[in-house]
Write a protein that binds this ligand. Structure first.
Ligand code: F3S
Length: 400
């Protein structure tokens, strides 16, 4: 590696940024216009965050896949970029705006534009796996792997539960990292930035959705350390997603559970108690006097065990009346659990490639009930829904 001065004409100043000869060649356009643009953005980000160099990544996970959030301008940008670039590492997509194989509630125009957007991403060499749980759908990073992922709940899971290392990328920066196969070395790629900031002593038996909802709101982008709880992997997924939604938590530790909890000295950190009363307060705050017209489950996308748990709860029951039921999971999990899907589809739909937030749910529904802290935070803003938060037992009772 050789230190080179980043060209002041291309960037904002005169600071040193270390590029290899090959990286410098790409920046100068030696691999074409697309890689040069990608390198330009990565170096600019690296400079803003004081990164010393670019580091190789194992995979990229790219948000900005739903036509609902991208619109025509986003579609045009991805189409144009797909004509001048290809990804260099394994790359997957976040949920799109619809199930790519089923027809649900979206309009014909929406479907047409969404398909064009997906084709443009495929043209870049990106795998057609539209899920926020890539780690349950064939791309499970290992301890210490560097990534460029952009779905906030997946970022949280990768850092905290798997011990991989990724910043909370935006869709564009994850895409540019995919094209170069590298990302700037700063933030959560560095061990010292993964240390906890505050210890939460939690009374056991609480809802992880509500715990995450509460802590995310209080802690913003800091790194929490939990003590007193022993969540399963599915519960960790739920907890991290909620904290990433009400705050911007990208990393957390759970004593005795997550892989890096013991790597830091927490002796001098502030300690905060969270009891069942605190969680009950959040539950009451989220209560609304209304009947749901849809129940949405699967934010983040359900694991096989969660999907089977729902099927088990519905077994032997008969559909009568009540709200629609929409259950979201990755295509891989749906295909691997056909019996559970059949059971659930006696009552509603099991949907892949999309979710309740990034699909046009508002075209058909107004009041949604969910057990997800993240969906509770996002559905009012992004899908124009009144939201009823309820645990899974209560949601199942609503179906009768
Ligand atoms: Fe996944 Fe959509 Fe929730 S992307 S985490 S199901 S908002």
């Amino acid at each position: 590696m050789s230190p080179v001065q980043v060209r002041p004409a291309a960037f904002f100043g005169y600071d040193l940024m270390y590029l290899t000869k090959e990286e410098e060649r790409i920046l100068e356009g030696g691999s074409g216009e697309g890689p040069a643009k990608a390198m330009e953005l990565l170096v600019a980000i690296g400079k803003i965050y004081d990164a010393d160099k670019l580091i190789p990544i194992e995979s990229a996970q790219i948000a900005g896949v739903s036509y609902k959030t991208m619109g025509d301008a986003g579609l045009q940008f991805i189409q144009d970029f797909s004509n001048i670039a290809d990804v260099k590492v394994r790359s997957l997509l976040n949920p799109a705006g619809m199930d790519l194989e089923q027809k649900n509630y979206e309009s014909g125009v929406f479907r047409d534009k969404q398909k064009k957007l997906i084709r443009a991403y495929q043209n870049l060499g990106i795998e057609l796996s539209c899920t926020c749980t890539p780690y349950l759908a064939g791309n499970r990073p290992e301890l210490g792997d560097h990534l460029a992922w952009s779905e906030s709940s997946a970022v949280s899971f990768a850092n905290s539960v798997l011990g991989a290392r990724t910043n909370r990328e935006g869709g564009p920066s994850a895409l540019m990292a995919a094209v170069i196969g590298k990302t700037p070395n700063y933030g959560l790629h560095l061990k010292e930035n993964r240390s906890p900031d505050i210890v939460y002593e939690v009374e056991g038996g609480v809802s992880y959705s509500l715990l995450g909802y509460l802590v995310g709101r209080e802690i913003s982008d800091k790194v929490p350390y939990f003590r007193g709880v022993s969540p399963t992997e599915d519960q960790l997924k739920t907890l991290g997603a909620a904290m990433a939604a009400t705050g911007s938590v990208a990393m957390y530790h759970v004593e005795g559970v997550t892989p890096e909890y013991d790597d830091f000295d927490i002796g001098n950190l502030e300690k905060v108690d969270i009891g069942k009363d605190d969680i009950q307060e959040v539950r009451e705050e989220l209560m609304i006097e209304n009947e749901p017209d849809v129940i949405v489950i699967g934010c983040p996308h359900l694991s096989s065990s969660e999907l089977n748990d729902i099927a088990e709860r519905l077994k032997g029951r008969q559909r009568k009346d009540g709200p629609d039921l929409l259950v979201y999971t990755s295509r891989k999990v749906r295909e691997e659990n056909k019996e559970a899907v059949r059971e659930i589809e006696r009552f509603g739909r099991v949907i892949s490639d999309t979710c309740m937030v990034v699909s046009p749910l508002e075209e058909k529904y107004e009041v949604a009930a969910t057990d997800s802290g993240k969906a509770t935070a996002y559905l009012p803003k992004l899908a124009d829904q009144e939201v009823i938060y309820a645990d899974i037992e209560t949601l199942m009772e609503m179906i009768d």
